[in-house]
Design a protein around this ligand. Structure first.
Ligand code: SF4
Ligand SMILES: [Zn+2]
Length: 351
């Protein structure tokens, strides 16, 4: 690991965040930031997901003096005028319409690039109305929302569980790593493993599932260290009792500390070979007990996870196939000359 001075690091994150927020010209929206349909791995089978990113006030951690996470630029998607409940419901409705002709089974992923349970982002009235609408639709088998742990309590989980009836409800948390030092010194996440464990235990008591997001290659970790960290974080998440792990290979977002390091030549997004290695090692240990997903965001681009450029497309397809089938054997169907370059880059002693 590289040496860092954490107060200097937080200062840098806050400085970059403030500068980028000041430059931003945001406006009011009644449309979501984005929405799309995708073939996806549901808990027990394959199906379709409607993914909707609602435009809210934005993540409070990123807006706070804490500065937010070192790799995350989602706050720059937030509108400057805070949407009220009715505009949030309209945002959801406009995305939902896109799914009308989709056949079951369907999953709905409601993201805010912040916390679904932070009522400054999604007021209770909007939350209830959106979930009630979902419960009327018999095609929907799963609902997934994202949140930081500080907004989760028994009451909110019970309320969502009751509205959604038989639908599987999963709360996704950005644990990023099970290592408190890496999470707080390098990612500046602002919470500890015990906060995550508290949510898992509350969710279990209320019949709610949990997904753990694991960040592949936080800043300041070498490639080989990142492989070890992500693998052990997924295995630890499984031991703690999550239902799903979603690996998020780090991409370089504008206006972040990671982008600053990348410009200085001090950060390279993960190699796709590393992602394959992590998925193989994790699958071997977890042996299909929980769902394992790999995000393909930014894959194959200079600012995203990449290899040499020749094998990236093929590997992207295989990673998608892995998510859909949960079969790690598909990850062996690729070879490329750049594998040796990756091995050298990793500094073998760390693997
Ligand atoms: S990663 Fe999540 S918690 Fe961190 S700043 Fe981004 S939205 Fe907020
Ligand atoms: Zn290659």
């Amino acid at each position: 690991m590289y040496e860092t001075n954490d107060s200097e690091l937080v200062g840098k994150i806050v400085e970059i965040r403030k500068k980028s927020l000041n430059k931003l010209r945001r406006d009011f929206r009644e449309r979501p930031v984005k929405y799309w349909l995708e073939k996806d791995r549901l808990l027990n089978n394959t199906g379709t997901s409607l993914v909707v990113i609602l435009a809210t006030r934005g993540c409070n951690w990123a807006l706070s003096n804490g500065g937010g996470c070192s790799m995350c630029g989602y706050i720059y998607d937030a509108p400057i005028t805070i949407p009220d409940s009715s505009s949030l419901i309209k945002q959801f409705d406009s995305a939902y319409e896109a799914s009308i002709s989709v056949k079951a089974p369907l999953a709905i992923k409601i993201f805010t690039s912040g916390s679904f349970f932070d009522e400054r982002e999604i007021p209770k009235a909007a939350r209830e109305s959106i979930l009630k609408k979902i419960n009327m639709d018999k095609r929907i088998e799963e609902v997934i929302v994202e949140t930081r742990p500080e907004y989760v309590n028994h009451e909110i989980l019970r309320e969502c569980r009751e509205i959604l009836g038989e639908i599987y409800f999963e709360v996704a948390l950005g644990l990023e790593t099970s290592n408190d030092n890496i999470r707080n010194l390098y990612i500046n996440k602002g919470f500890e493993l015990k906060d995550f464990e508290r949510v898992v235990s509350m969710a279990k008591n209320t019949g709610v599932g949990v997904k753990s997001y694991v960040l592949i290659k936080p800043p300041f970790l070498r490639e080989g260290e990142a492989i070890i960290d992500s693998t052990s974080s997924a295995i630890d998440s499984s031991k703690i009792g999550v239902n799903s792990v979603s690996f998020n290979p780090c991409t370089v977002h504008k206006g972040t500390l990671v982008e600053h390091l990348w410009k200085l030549g001090k950060y390279r997004p993960p190699w796709l070979w590393s992602i394959i290695e992590i998925l193989k090692r994790t699958s071997e240990k977890i042996n299909n007990r929980i769902r394992i997903i790999c995000s393909l965001a930014g894959m194959g681009s200079k600012k995203g996870p990449h290899n040499c450029g020749k094998c990236d497309k093929k590997i992207r397809e295989l990673l998608n196939e892995f998510t859909l089938t949960q079969n790690p054997e598909v990850l062996s169907n690729v070879e490329c000359n750049c594998k040796q370059e990756w091995l050298d880059y990793c500094e073998k002693e760390f693997i």
